[in-house]
Write a protein of this length. Structure first.
Length: 218
């Protein structure tokens, strides 16, 4: 699988930017649905606890049990897209952008967290379809070093003021492979609200889903 490495500064600013709502403001809003809560675990370099399918209304939280900084970034693959996940990722090596072409949609700001911690916030999945969980953090990026440089991951966005020292640090690791290139990516499906969740991928240990049903956007 060939994946273009994006610079750390551009990458973090892109993925930390608030994504567009899953429905247009002028469109009728769908009926609010609630579902189970799923705690996704990040390790070096994979996701654990994320079923192959979850019902609409499911809320994801993200904890990091690895030794590196990790993120849970989510993208939705278009309904009419026939390409496999590997083909979509490979487009970047061909100079194509699947997001710009409308094949893939970033559905939320990512949940980013340091080793041994749980990310603030959650992501609720309201629309059915194909989704991808993915981590673009470059290998070797240190949460402790970012904190020393005054970078607050919980508020990072396009309007953030990045200290010159942090810019230099980002530049020093921009050639490192992103975690997705090391295997930290998983496709899953969001099914009809009220349906049963699917099994975990075979290589993952069983992680029970919680009984909580948080409100969307919690």
């Amino acid at each position: 699988m060939r994946i273009r490495v994006i610079t750390a500064v551009s990458l973090l600013l892109l993925l930390a930017a608030p994504a567009a709502a899953q429905t247009d403001e002028g469109s009728p809003q769908p009926e609010t649905v609630t579902g189970p809560g799923v705690e996704v675990i990040g390790i070096d370099y994979a996701y654990q606890g994320l079923p192959t399918s979850v019902p609409a209304g499911t809320t994801l939280t993200f904890s990091n049990e690895g030794t590196e900084l990790h993120e849970l970034a989510l993208a939705r693959i278009g309904d009419d897209v026939a390409e496999t996940l590997e083909e979509l990722l490979g487009m970047e090596a061909e100079g194509r952008d699947p997001v710009a072409e409308g094949l893939v949609e970033i559905v939320s700001a990512p949940l980013i967290t340091a080793p041994g911690t749980t990310a603030e916030g959650s992501i609720t999945l309201d629309r059915e379809g194909r989704y991808v969980a993915i981590c673009f953090i470059p290998q070797g990026m240190s949460a402790a070093r970012l904190e020393e440089l005054g970078v607050d991951l919980s508020t990072l966005g396009p309007e953030s003021s990045i200290p010159p020292e942090a810019q230099e640090y980002f530049a020093s690791i921009e050639g490192n492979p992103p975690h997705v290139a090391l295997g930290m990516v998983q496709e899953f499906t969001v099914t009809t609200a009220g349906s049963s969740p699917g099994a975990l991928p075979e290589e993952q240990p069983a992680e029970p889903m919680t009984d909580a049903s948080p409100s969307p956007g919690a």
